[in-house]
Design a protein around this ligand. Structure first.
Ligand code: ADP
Ligand code: MG
Length: 256
């Protein structure tokens, strides 16, 4: 496959959905990402695991340029996000992100949380935005909560709303940063099942998680990061159950 770079054009559909090339990120003299190369194919689910402070969140945030890489390139859907001339707002609309803290707007209803970004960012008309909101609330099993306020929902329900909100923007890629880490254990499953369905529908996903059983069942590939580099990656079953590197084994011994 020919590598075409730098123009911000949308290239052929055979390119990986996400391409990360030689990515470095420093905060002052803290060199956090130290040369990350990673592709995520269309419809692929990649779980990123690794100890706290290894740079997992920074990596995800560099994929949608919430953090500006110090050097290297990020392409999403063939568009180079690190190209200084790219329309970054347009590029970002193709990328949904779900955080550990759900970040819902507390003063508006669930439906409002899903329609507001569509109307503000995409300019979608009211009826269309409401229809998309209904469809996505249905997708996460929360059609009945359309008129509730976030505080009336459990943490698991709030996180499902956050996922529905991201989906309402029609993204090609979904990034999840420890989406279940803030939840009581009994609420983790409902969020993971929504993510499992999404993966089954062919969504391209990068998921930072400590849920090893989710990684093993759902991920096509698991990436283990430590110290700002990818130490090893491979099929989920292999990395989680037969890691090749000592550092991966030590990490898994602690979390499993
Ligand atoms: P992880 O998600 O794997 O726990 P992070 O990517 O959050 O790791 O953090 C990696 C390192 O980058 C840490 O040393 C953290 O303090 C630092 N870091 C992350 N974000 C910022 C920021 N906005 N400003 C300064 N340092 C940061
Ligand atoms: Mg993190």
């Amino acid at each position: 496959m020919p590598q075409t770079t730098g123009t911000g054009d949308t290239m052929g559909s055979d390119r990986p959905e996400i391409e990360i090339r030689g990515l470095h990120k420093s905060f002052g003299d803290n060199h956090v990402l130290r040369g990350i190369d990673l592709d995520v194919g269309r419809g692929e689910v990649v779980c990123v695991i690794g100890p706290s402070g290894s740079g997992k969140s920074t990596l995800l945030r560099c994929v949608n340029l919430l953090e500006e890489p110090t050097s290297g390139q990020v392409f999403v859907g063939g568009t180079e996000l690190t190209d200084p001339d790219v329309d970054i707002d347009a590029a970002r609309r193709r990328i949904g992100m779900v955080f550990q803290q759900f970040n819902l707007f507390p003063h508006i209803t669930v439906t409002g949380n899903l329609t507001l970004p569509q109307r503000r960012v995409l300019g979608t008309d009211k009826e269309r935005a409401a229809a998309v909101a209904r469809e996505n609330l249905d997708r996460v099993g929360l059609a009945a909560k359309a008129d509730a306020y976030p505080a009336q929902l459990s943490g698991g329900q709030q996180q499902r709303v956050a996922i529905a909100r991201a989906l309402s923007m029609g993204p090609d890629v979904m990034l999840f940063d420890e989406p279940t880490s803030a939840l009581d254990p009994e609420l983790v499953g409902e969020v993971l099942s929504v993510m499992r369905v999404l993966a089954g529908e062919g969504m391209t996903m990068m998921v930072v998680t400590h849920e090893m059983s989710f990684a093993r069942e759902v991920a096509d590939r698991v990436v283990f990061m430590d110290g700002g580099v990818i130490v090893e990656q491979g099929p989920a079953e292999q990395v989680v159950t037969r890691p090749r590197h000592e550092r991966t084994r030590n990490f898994l011994d602690r979390v499993l």
